[in-house]
Design a protein around this ligand. Structure first.
Ligand SMILES: Cc1cc2nc3c(=O)[nH]c(=O)nc-3n(C[C@H](O)[C@H](O)[C@H](O)COP(=O)(O)OP(=O)(O)OC[C@H]3O[C@@H](n4cnc5c(N)ncnc54)[C@H](O)[C@@H]3O)c2cc1C
Length: 477
């Protein structure tokens, strides 16, 4: 019997059209994707491994096989906690550095599946279509990526009903009995080269005059006419792992999706030209709460990793005695504990929906998500402020210690409590968080992965029930 790892690798050997450095490439043959795919394979192995299976997976009610926890429908706080444990295990396997491992997208899908009957008023077939796909994705271990944003061309007039097509928006060009044909583009599709399916819908509020772009779709990555156009690769090779420990394993590729007359069968068209339905889908609490519960758990792991790294660096250079260094390390610990508290609060104050789904509390999740957009850049800044010139005072490679001047190098590259080679490895790791292209992308990701942080925070203000707060003031007036 094939392992999930084998099944995943073999499944990518299809007709998908991937573009990198101006050339069409095969996903399994391209060095740029090797590290990320290997990491995903290692994660999938956890579902086959008897020592980890029970914590990352559960038994499918349909097939009796182990399937990932992100598909598990929480009906109690215990179920939510099981989901948390699975997400922690997956994120700890990459120290939170890889974010789109399909557990977020699978959780979003699970949320919409849980709430499916609410959407039947927009399309009587919605419930049946999403149920079929949810079960297929769960039981076939489909890797899914959510892609919501429209291509960034001209934000000033992009949604002008007269300009929808010229604006690059994904729109229907033809309809047949069997399905629809699409043109346009979507951004940003992280993990696109090794994704099975894209879950696509717009997140802006549309009206009837813009209905041609108001569609929710499943798009298989090997659809004819779909081009996955990758950014520059930040991945380093296997041989470079000692010098680039993160870039060599965790560069999850981002891509623009270009649709050139792509056919999608009706069974994958969940919502069709319906602005109101798309808005309800976008705002659906089941999908948001389950998806971002995963996202903030991954965030916590990443902040823990940066805190550990900062503590280790401070000790290595003998800086822990300085008050301001202690204060900064304390700030990092507060970040970790704040996100942890939000996760626990979201679960403890979770509530049962009318469908019998136990959802984590949205406000606590929103708070952690919004804090993350400033916590992570600040964490990287603190790392810089503590490591200072130390991240530059490193030889070009860990291999350099095998040189005619190794005695001298061992003397001057050492740390307060570690030898030169260990110190160099530590600072190479820090550079992969602070200074490499991988590091820059990682910071940009934390600022923007869940949308524009400014509008998200404003949204929290707008949707928050402020009555209790303002009533406290009213009694003085
Ligand atoms: C590395 C990375 C990976 C990502 N991966 C994914 C993914 O896999 N799937 C996914 O769906 N998303 C993903 N995203 C998020 C997404 O694609 C966008 O980057 C994010 O939603 C922000 O939108 P934008 O980049 O289009 O910025 P824009 O919306 O173009 O904003 C540009 C600037 O204009 C301002 N602005 C624009 N419009 C308005 C307005 N109406 N009101 C006020 N200010 C405005 C913004 O504040 C910002 O300063 C990813 C993002 C990054 C950085």
């Amino acid at each position: 019997m094939k392992t999930r790892e084998q099944e995943f690798s073999e499944s990518l050997n299809d007709q998908r059209s991937i573009w990198l450095n101006g050339k069409q490439v095969r996903v399994l043959e391209e060095e740029a994707f090797r590290g990320a795919i290997q990491t995903v394979c290692n994660l999938f192995r956890m579902m086959d491994d008897p020592t980890t299976q029970e914590s990352v997976a559960y038994v499918s009610p349909t097939t009796g096989e182990w399937v990932h926890q992100s598909f598990h429908i929480p009906q109690s706080i215990v179920d939510l906690q099981k989901r948390r444990v699975a997400f922690e295990q997956w994120s700890e396997a990459t120290d939170g550095m890889m974010s789109r491992l399909s557990d977020y997208a699978r959780s979003r899908l699970t949320g919409w599946y849980c709430a499916r009957n609410q959407f039947s008023m927009y399309d009587s077939a919605f419930s049946e279509k999403i149920a079929r796909y949810y079960e297929q994705a769960r039981d076939e271990n489909r890797f899914i990526t959510v892609v919501q944003r429209d291509v960034q061309i001209n934000r000033a007039n992009q949604y002008d009903p007269q300009l929808l097509r010229e604006s690059g928006l994904l729109h229907i060009t033809r309809k047949t009995q069997d399905g629809i044909y699409l043109n346009g583009a979507k951004m940003i599709a992280t993990a696109a080269p090794y994704t099975h399916d894209f879950l696509i819908y717009p997140v802006v509020r549309l009206n009837e005059s813009q209905k041609s772009v108001a569609n929710m779709l499943i798009v298989p990555a090997d659809s004819a006419g779909l081009h996955i156009v990758c950014r520059e690769s930040f991945a380093k090779s296997n041989q470079e792992q000692p010098d680039f420990p993160l870039s060599s394993q965790y560069d999850e590729m981002d891509a623009l999706l270009i649709f050139d007359d792509v056919f999608i069968p009706w069974e994958y068209v969940f919502i069709h030209e319906n602005p109101e339905a798309i808005w309800v889908i976008k705002e659906n609490p089941h999908s948001i709460c389950l998806g971002y519960h995963q996202a903030i758990i991954r965030l916590k792991t990443k902040l823990e990793f940066i805190t550990g790294l900062a503590c280790k660096i401070a000790t290595t250079i003998g800086a822990t005695q300085f008050l301001h260094v202690q204060e900064k390390l304390g700030e990092l610990i507060s970040q970790v504990e704040t996100i942890h508290a939000c996760i626990i609060a979201s679960e403890a104050e979770g509530a049962m929906t009318e469908e019998g789904i136990f959802l984590p509390r949205a406000t606590a999740i929103d708070t952690a998500k919004n804090l993350g957009t400033t916590f992570y850049p600040r964490a990287v800044e603190i790392l810089q402020l503590i490591a200072a010139g130390g991240v530059i005072q490193i030889p070009s490679s860990v291999q350099d210690f095998q040189s005619p001047i190794s005695d001298l190098m061992n003397q001057y590259f050492r740390g307060a409590d570690v030898d030169a080679e260990k110190r160099t490895k530590l600072f190479k790791l820090a550079w992969d968080v602070i200074g490499t292209p991988f590091a820059s992308r990682s910071e940009l990701y934390e600022r923007f992965y869940s949308g524009d942080p400014i509008r998200n925070r404003a949204g929290q203000y707008l949707s928050y029930d402020k009555d209790k707060l303002t009533n406290m003031i009213d009694k003085y007036l």
